[in-house]
Ligand binder design. Structure first.
Ligand SMILES: *Cc1c(COP(=O)(O)O)cnc(C)c1O
Length: 389
């Protein structure tokens, strides 16, 4: 296919000089682990999103795992997660021996539905699956609500204005999964700076801000959590990594990746504006078409446009039409998390999360990146329009 889904080569053409200069500097000083670029990046990331502390780490998955470890999440704990996300959101919960309690998503934003969350909390507290679907557990086991991980799906921040007060009321930690939303905003504040207990983002190459390998970061305003996160990412270090005070990870970000991110952060604001241009161009041409539903971003929020995703009843027909015109597409996600084989033992039913389940057969994502020109967007839209007519 001639049109790329994400154009990292086009981006590299633009930033080749600065990326090479940044990497050359690392090769010259040779501090490949925790070199000076790591602290420089952390300061810039924190300033960018308005969080007090930024702790870089080895991936978005580790960025989700680290705060849960710091809070001591484990067996017997319920962690509320949406059923419509990448597996990592629930995987980190299971890895720690805690139980994911899935909460259906909002049909407009595809992010966690706060009213369903309120019900799910009550269902766990009263151990009553009549209030909200609950996982099947060994006889006699009960769960304690401990944390919620809302996901800013496709780049749109979840409804924290509803979720944060609810979490406060029930003493839950809120961990924002901002893997797809770095650069987004809500009520004038940036994702990862929205007042959650902690936020996690990913710098996987295809995310809005990506490095040239794996990388991630955790954000918080809590100085104690910041210190524990810094310990956990280096083998639970105390004074140094040979003074181990807790069980941690080898979860550092490579200096080379921090160097790449510093070069990319310099053009990130401009790239976000370009993503918005692409989204606006799609929306202008597709609005009002019968047969597809276009993304709808609540007025008080801005998307980072990790994806521009449509809903279409004949999704598979649309994908075939686009692909045969040389236009790549992606399906995020074709299965809800509770229906994955790994969660068979929790015995959730497909009908438990009707909104998420309905999305899996209708969702399709179109090419989206800052270097997509208006002619290419028009080509995609024309192909969709002729398919629908
Ligand atoms: C990409 C992604 C992750 C995981 O990030 P990695 O850097 O690949 O580990 C977690 N959650 C969501 C919603 C993601 O899209």
């Amino acid at each position: 296919m001639k049109m790329p889904f994400v154009d990292l080569a086009g981006q590299y053409q633009r930033i080749e000089k600065s990326v090479r200069a940044r990497i050359d500097a690392v090769l010259a000083h040779g501090k490949y682990i925790m070199g000076p670029e790591v602290a420089e990046l952390e300061a810039e990331l924190a300033a960018f999103c308005g969080a007090r502390f930024a702790v870089s780490c080895s991936s978005g998955t580790d960025a989700l795992l680290l705060p849960l470890m710091a809070w001591g999440i484990g067996p017997g704990d319920a962690v509320f997660v949406p059923p419509f996300s990448f597996f990592a959101t629930a995987e980190v919960v299971s890895l720690l021996g805690a139980t994911p309690v899935f909460v259906d998503v909002d049909p407009v934003t595809f992010c966690m539905d706060a009213e369903q969350l309120a019900k799910a909390i009550r269902a766990v507290q009263q151990n009553d699956p009549a209030i909200h679907p609950l996982p099947s557990l060994p006889e006699g086991q009960m769960l304690r609500p401990r944390a919620v991980i809302p996901v800013d799906l496709f780049g749109i921040p979840a409804s924290y204005e509803q979720i944060l007060p609810l979490a406060e009321e029930h003493g839950l930690f809120v961990l924002e999964d901002a893997a797809q939303s770095f650069g987004a905003s809500a009520d004038g504040r940036r994702a990862c700076g929205l007042g959650c207990s902690a936020s996690a983002t990913s710098f996987f190459p295809s995310k809005p801000l990506g490095c040239y390998g794996d990388g991630g970061a955790v954000f918080t305003d809590d100085p104690e959590l910041d210190q524990v996160l810094r310990s956990l990412r280096i083998h639970g270090k105390g004074r140094d990594k040979y003074d181990n005070v807790r069980v941690g990870l080898n979860g550092r970000m490579d200096t080379v990746q921090a160097a790449v991110l510093l070069a990319k952060l310099a053009i990130f604001e401009d790239e976000l504006a370009e993503r918005q241009r692409v989204a606006d161009t799609y929306t202008r041409q597709l609005a009002g078409l019968s047969g597809v539903v276009i993304p709808s971003v609540p007025v008080s929020r801005n998307s980072a446009w990790a994806q521009y995703s449509l809903l279409c009843d004949d999704r598979d027909g649309l994908v075939a039409a686009l692909n045969s015109a040389g236009i790549p597409t992606a399906i995020y996600y074709s299965t809800t998390l509770p229906q994955l084989k790994v969660y068979e033992s929790l015995r959730y039913r497909a009908e438990d999360f009707p909104v998420a389940q309905g999305l899996t057969s209708r969702i399709v994502s179109l090419p989206m990146h800052p270097y997509l020109d208006d002619e290419s967007v028009t080509e995609v839209c024309d192909t969709i329009i002729s398919f629908l007519s």
